[in-house]
Design a protein around this ligand. Structure first.
Ligand code: DNO
Length: 388
């Protein structure tokens, strides 16, 4: 049994077209109604319309990524009760349209963060990169977040000062632009004032409190998802540690364990993202699969390469810190045992060949992702022949 191969599509405005995804050999598409403001209901008509576009191209809408959780829900402020009621309504509507897997995250304010979205690899391909000193310099000297210095060691501040002194204005500007990128599926950027106001709105919300908010949300929505036959899949934090002083609570094996234990249900599950989890050396991906495999409903398979300074770049799918051969082997065995073909996407890809001439959503090039997917496909086929 092989994984169900998919790619993410950001909708009709994505310059990577559904027909490109089809040509990559995908049977499924991962998408979301990015046009609907976070917190509002996804109406059946809009879901059906999106579904029909995908089916017209000979594929199916396999996974929703993401049905976003509003900042009000994460903070338990303002309209959070209404937003939770709307979330349940969206789940009902998605289930009515036959969609089964729903991905979400619980990262406050920002989704994934990088400092460079076109980091040149030795091959000439380009990748996403997170440079810690540059990010701290952004925080301290560009964003000028109040009391930011309390979140870093003197040594980390010294590396950021060195970075600041040795980089040109254009490079600083590029880091600023990249760090302020808005949410996936939008081309917008936050303004410093917006970020600072959003950060301020999390004052007093520490790790324990944010976790309590997540568990409250899960206690509300998981029973609904379960009754509808849906699987919820929480996406890990990227990077998997606190950012800009905000707590992050989906970063470690213990976090994942706590989430699963908070509401025991087949509907309360995980998106296993090897790229996000793999950035922490203390995340042992093989033992996460062994322990929590029964709760994995969706796979993001990509690789990163980190260094001792806490920098990392997105490496070739089969050539980074994650032992992808071992991970795919463990996942194939897991699927066999569970008798389920899990949906997978290559997650991000490099910019290669004609990708360099196009502006896609960062990480979502066509050719780079096709390469990652094809490598994973070959790996699966090869392993399957040995395992059977
Ligand atoms: C990055 C993605 C994440 C992911 C969300 C899920 O490219 O993997 O943005 O979609 O965190 O909610």
């Amino acid at each position: 049994m092989f994984m169900q191969e998919t790619m993410r599509w950001f909708g009709p405005h994505d310059i990577v077209r559904l027909s490109d995804i089809r040509q990559a050999g995908c049977e499924g598409v991962v998408t979301a109604l990015h046009q609907i403001p976070v917190g509002e209901v996804w109406p059946i008509a809009a879901i059906e319309e999106r579904k029909a576009m995908i089916e017209k191209e000979g594929m199916s809408w396999t996974v929703v990524e993401s049905l976003p959780v509003s900042e009000d829900i994460k903070r338990q402020s303002g309209d959070y009760k209404t937003h939770i009621a709307y979330y349940k309504e969206s789940l009902q509507n998605l289930a009515a349209c036959g969609i089964k897997v729903i991905t979400y995250n619980f990262m406050p304010v920002m989704d994934w963060v990088r400092t460079d979205i076109s980091y040149t690899l030795p091959s000439g391909g380009k990748a996403l990169y997170f440079e810690r000193a540059a990010f701290i310099a952004f925080d301290l000297f560009m964003l000028k977040r109040p009391l930011a210095e309390n979140d870093y060691t003197p040594a980390a501040i010294a590396t950021a000062e060195h970075w600041w002194e040795t980089h040109a204005d254009a490079e600083k500007q590029a880091v600023f632009q990249n760090a302020m990128l808005g949410l996936p599926g939008s081309t917008g950027r936050f303004t410093p004032a917006e970020i600072l106001a959003a950060l301020d709105s999390y004052k007093g919300i520490d790790t324990a409190r944010l976790k309590a908010h997540l568990f409250y949300f899960l206690r509300e929505v998981v029973p609904v998802a379960e009754s509808l036959g849906l699987k919820m899949a929480v996406h890990p934090d990227d990077p998997p540690y606190p950012v800009l002083g905000l707590p992050r609570i989906v970063s470690t094996a213990q976090d994942l364990r706590d989430i699963i234990a908070s509401v025991p249900s087949p509907a309360n599950g995980l998106c296993f993202c090897s790229g996000s989890l793999g950035v922490r050396p203390d995340n042992d991906l093989m033992s996460i699969i062994a322990e929590l495999g029964a709760h994995i409903h969706f796979l993001h398979l990509r690789n990163t390469r980190r260094d001792e300074q806490g920098n990392f770049f997105e490496a070739d799918h089969l050539n980074g810190d994650v032992d992808m051969v071992a991970v795919v082997r463990a996942l194939l065995l897991l699927m066999k045992e569970r008798r389920v073909a899990l949906p997978v996407r290559p997650d991000h890809g490099h910019q290669l060949l004609d990708d360099h001439t196009k502006t896609t959503y960062p990480g979502y090039s066509a050719i780079g992702r096709l390469k990652g997917l094809a490598e994973l496909r070959g790996l699966q086929r090869g392993l399957a022949s040995i395992l059977s």
